[in-house]
Design a protein around this ligand. Structure first.
Ligand code: FE
Ligand code: MN
Length: 333
């Protein structure tokens, strides 16, 4: 029997799940299953009443609409990248088991935005085209889509060190940058409404999405670090510099997005706080893939990391999920 590998497996081994080698992938799969939810389980009546009552200012509505616009299509961008680019090249069966679960979760997330648009009576044609029409959203999406182009070329292979490095770059682009940085200003904005007990149906769905996304991020980090461990020669200073430069550019794009969402500041949030938050988040992501943090800013939203990052990562390392067994058990303070 040949030794299992994350990429470049023998064709025969693609379907041999057991014995498991990458137990972390199986744990992420089980964790995703435990957190299963569906958008229509979340009542939207109060949100609809608030949305129609005129209790929200124009700036507050702008934040909500911008984030619906960004996430509604970012979720399917991630799903398409998994199915069309990543799945083909990750040949290990336990990782593929997780990727199948993740792809379904991305479909649930896209469904959540369909459900929110329908509930609030919004124009879906406006929301689902912001990735083309709103510069700050288009900037983020185009930046990430550029990383998929090579991988969907039928001649692309991870068999060469250059190919494997290019693949790692795509994984960093989607797991670290898209799901790990580009989602986080939006999470902080939408959960700020929820903390004020407004638009709680949307807020609850964003909590569930965030919970799923933190597992996606942890899987991506394990996959990236695992590939680098198996192919240490690809982890050159040149690749590390390229990745750090990409993350730096992503930080700029994410700050520009936050500025566009909050031109005047609301809910005690303003662009100066987001600048520090995005940099703080980026430093945490850099560390997780063995790159040096570069910003050194403190977390201006400690409630975000207390409630999400720390709890989830603690759970992850204990490989048990205690707080989040079911939708009913999920609470926010
Ligand atoms: Fe998602
Ligand atoms: Mn995701």
């Amino acid at each position: 029997m040949t030794e299992k590998r994350l990429i470049n497996a023998d064709v025969v081994d693609v379907n041999q799940l057991m014995p498991l080698k990458y137990h972390w992938a199986w744990e992420h799969y089980l964790n995703g299953n435990r957190n299963h939810w569906q958008p229509q389980e979340v009542p939207m009546g109060r949100d609809v009443a608030t949305w129609k009552s005129g209790d929200l200012t124009d700036d507050e509505r702008r934040v909500i609409l911008r984030n619906l616009g960004f996430f509604s299509t970012a979720e399917s961008l991630v799903a398409n990248n998994i199915v069309l680019a990543i799945f083909r090249h990750v040949t290990n069966p336990e990782c593929r088991q997780y990727l199948l679960r993740q792809a379904f979760e991305e479909a649930i997330h896209t469904h959540a935005f369909h459900y929110i648009v329908e509930s609030l009576g919004l124009d879906g044609g406006d929301i689902f085209t912001m990735h083309r029409d709103v510069n700050s959203i288009a900037g983020k999406d185009e930046f990430d889509m550029g990383l998929t182009a090579d991988l969907i070329d039928p001649d692309f292979t991870t068999a060469s060190p250059e190919g494997a490095a290019r693949f790692v770059e795509n994984l960093v682009g989607f797991y670290i940058i898209m799901e790990g940085i580009f989602f986080y200003s939006g999470f902080a904005m939408m959960l700020s409404f929820h903390r004020q007990n407004r638009m709680t149906g949307i807020g609850q769905q964003f909590q569930y999405i965030l919970r799923d996304e933190s597992t996606h991020l942890n899987f991506g980090i394990d996959l990236i670090n695992g590939i680098v461990l198996e192919y240490p020669s690809i982890w050159t200073p040149a690749l590390r510099e390229r990745l750090a430069a990409k993350i730096d550019r992503a930080v700029e794009l994410e700050i520009a997005y936050a500025e566009d969402c909050l031109p005047r500041g609301i809910l005690g949030l303003n662009t100066a706080l987001f600048r520090n938050y995005v940099r703080y988040i980026a430093d945490r992501r850099l560390e997780r893939i063995g790159l040096r943090p570069r910003y050194g800013t403190a977390n201006p939203f400690p409630w975000m990391s207390e409630a999400i990052d720390l709890k989830k990562e603690k759970n992850f390392f204990e490989t048990t999920v205690t707080e989040y067994q079911s939708a009913a058990a999920l609470s926010w303070d």
